[in-house]
Design a protein around this ligand. Structure first.
Ligand SMILES: NC(=O)c1ccc[n+]([C@@H]2O[C@H](COP(=O)([O-])OP(=O)(O)OC[C@H]3O[C@@H](n4cnc5c(N)ncnc54)[C@H](O)[C@@H]3O)[C@@H](O)[C@H]2O)c1
Length: 259
């Protein structure tokens, strides 16, 4: 099943049990990487890994809470111990937050803020903190972080989410500067609206689905698989000139109009 572009490389995908991460894990495995599907949901991670193995790829499931720095350390150590190194990290795990209307939200719950920032932003840092030395020891690597259209264009009322994704974009650029000389590239992807469980509140309401689809230049929501293909590109040497990039991959969402 593999085309070999990533043959011999070991990858971790956080949030790999569902949505974008699941598609990314599948695409990396199809390209030849051995993939560790890492997620808070052990059953979902095992299901995704098993599906890769059934298709002829190499994958294992590991449980992680990316909001726990020690857990991220255990994930990287277990990966290196089991597979002999680490070359690719898709730091992708993330959570949404309740949509409170297109308005400033001074009454928003500070606990929601703390949780969203911890998972979406600190979680990326925690994984990279442990992954970068492992990649250097493995001869170099590529980190792909998952930003969002909201890394640059907020949707009002989602303050913590927008701040977390803006932070991911800047963290990515900052790490790229430090990691370049070490042989590790760090790039972010910025999808628009993708058909995943995270967008259940949109997908469950036909009018909302239509409105959000219309905000993309071709009138369609995105698929997890198209994002997975981009992750393979960023993981591979074909993207060697990219470091510190926020790769907008939103079918024109941030160039077009909002619903
Ligand atoms: N769906 C979209 O439209 C969209 C657009 C732009 C960016 N994103 C981002 O893409 C990433 C993936 O989103 P998705 O749409 O695939 O969502 P999803 O809900 O389908 O998948 C998210 C996965 O992350 C896991 N997860 C949540 N918290 C975790 C934690 N603390 N530790 C480890 N795993 C955890 C979940 O169990 C789940 O498997 C997120 O960072 C999200 O913010 C999504």
């Amino acid at each position: 099943m593999t085309d070999g572009v990533l043959a011999g490389r070991v990858a971790i995908v956080t949030g790999g049990a569902s949505g974008i991460g699941r598609a990314s894990a599948g695409a990396l495995a199809t390209a030849g990487a051995t993939v560790v599907v890492a997620d808070l949901d052990p059953a979902g991670a095992e299901d995704a890994a098993a599906s890769i193995r059934r298709a002829g790829g190499s994958a294992a499931a590991m449980t992680v809470d990316v909001g726990d720095v020690d857990d991220c350390g255990r994930l990287v150590a277990a990966t290196v111990s089991e597979f002999g190194g680490l070359h690719i990290l898709h730091a992708n795990a993330g959570i949404a937050m309740p949509f409170r209307g297109d308005a400033f939200t001074p009454d928003a719950d500070p606990e929601v803020w703390d949780r969203v920032i911890r998972v979406n932003l600190s979680g990326v840092f925690y994984c990279c903190h442990h992954a970068i030395p492992a990649m250097v020891a493995s001869g170099g690597g590529s980190i792909i972080t998952t930003g969002s259209s909201m890394s640059t264009l907020p949707l009002g009322g989602l303050d913590a989410y927008a701040a977390s994704k803006g932070g991911v974009a800047m963290l990515t650029k900052s790490m790229a500067v430090g990691c370049g000389p070490l042989g590790v590239r760090v790039n972010a992807i910025g999808p628009g609206y993708v058909e995943t469980p995270m967008n259940g509140v949109i997908l469950d309401v036909p009018e909302l689905t239509a409105a959000f689809a219309a905000g993309h230049a071709d009138g369609n929501l995105q698929t997890p698989e198209e994002i997975g293909d981009l992750v393979v590109f960023l993981a591979s040497d074909a993207s060697r000139s990219l470091n510190g990039a926020l790769l907008t991959c939103d079918r024109g969402w941030t160039s077009f109009k909002r619903p």
